[in-house]
Design a protein around this ligand. Structure first.
Ligand SMILES: NC(=O)CC[C@H](N)C(=O)O
Length: 317
């Protein structure tokens, strides 16, 4: 990672406060995801930003302690769990290429015989969840996932929002279509309703920006969480997860995010984004209004401002 501006001289709290105050007059921009009925009720006029540096300090501003639905950001953590269980063998069932299509697209799946392009589009994440489910009941897999998140964030208060999970369970017809389609190709081992019951709960994980920035810190620190000293993954695996976030973390907006922000990132339709500045910090931003490709509108812009102000980039400074 290229060095940013001299960290010692950088006032991160002032930068984070500044960005939040620049966003204040624009709150409500973008469109809240309403295809999950429970998410349609969220007040769009919210913005939070948290930066946790590898030395363990957290700087935050705005609504950074309000819990929100992390949705697809959960895919990073489920992928980490799946890699821990099955290692590199997971790549027989899911690819590592950007999709260039929407997060819930089904079109490529037919051409590519039920093997999703990457673990961060819905189809790929559903396959990853199917892997973590192996040998478990959905309830146990969800429990394992939640314990893992609490361990990563070092925070036992994190929960899953049952209402959001049920809301998606009742309306997630397209995810059922994706799951059944992959099962027809033999790329789903469990019945679609069991896999999706688990998947909807993982997506309904509720975390604040502060909690999320702490949970992602192992990816900024060569696989070890500096808050607890626990090694989560090897340095090589942390690098590889970051590479996937950079190339695939924003669906068909991934190129644009790399161009403007220059950091590995993962977005969710709840309006959150987790971004990793390797060797520097883990960053979480949240604002519910989404842009056309389903990523937080203000959140993406805030991260671009942060990257400019700090000089953090994986592409040089
Ligand atoms: N992009 C997202 O955050 C999508 C997650 C959502 N739970 C879905 O499967 O549709």
């Amino acid at each position: 990672m290229a060095l940013g501006k001299d960290e010692g001289q950088m006032d991160l709290q002032a930068i984070v406060d500044d960005i939040a105050s620049m966003m204040a007059p624009r709150l409500g921009e973008g469109r809240v995801a309403d295809y999950i009925p429970e998410l349609a009720n969220i007040d769009p006029r919210q913005f939070g930003l948290a930066v946790t540096t590898v030395d363990g300090q957290t700087f935050h501003s705005g609504d950074a302690t309000t819990a929100f639905s992390v949705q697809s950001i959960s895919k990073v953590f489920m992928l980490t769990l799946a890699l821990g269980k099955a290692g590199e063998s997971i790549w027989k069932r899911v690819g590592r290429e950007p999709s260039g299509s929407a997060f819930n697209s089904i079109v490529q799946l037919e051409h590519e015989h039920g093997i999703p392009r990457n673990p961060f589009i819905n189809a790929g994440a559903i396959v990853i969840t199917d892997m973590v489910l192996a040998g478990h009941k959905p309830r146990e897999a969800i429990g394992e996932f939640l314990r893992f998140i609490r361990f990563l964030a070092d925070d036992e208060s994190i929960t899953i929002d049952e209402k959001v999970a049920r809301s998606e369970q009742a309306t997630g017809f397209r995810n059922f279509a994706l799951a059944n389609f992959m099962r027809s190709f033999g790329n789903l081992e469990h019945p679609a309703d069991l896999v999706l019951g688990t998947y909807f709960h993982q997506c309904a994980l509720a975390m604040s920006c502060v909690q999320l920035s702490r949970a992602g810190l192992f990816l900024a620190n060569r696989g070890t969480n500096p808050l607890t000293g626990f090694s989560v993954v090897s340095p090589k695996r942390a690098r590889r997860i970051n590479a996937l976030m950079l190339t695939c973390g924003h669906y068909d907006g991934s190129g644009d995010f790399a161009y403007h922000v220059g950091l590995p990132g993962k977005s969710g339709v709840g309006g959150g984004i987790l971004a990793i500045a390797p060797g520097k910090a883990s960053i979480a931003v949240w604002s519910p209004g989404l842009n056309k490709v389903g990523n937080s509108a203000l959140g993406s812009e805030a991260l671009e401002m942060l990257a400019i102000r700090t000089g953090w980039s994986v592409f040089g400074n």
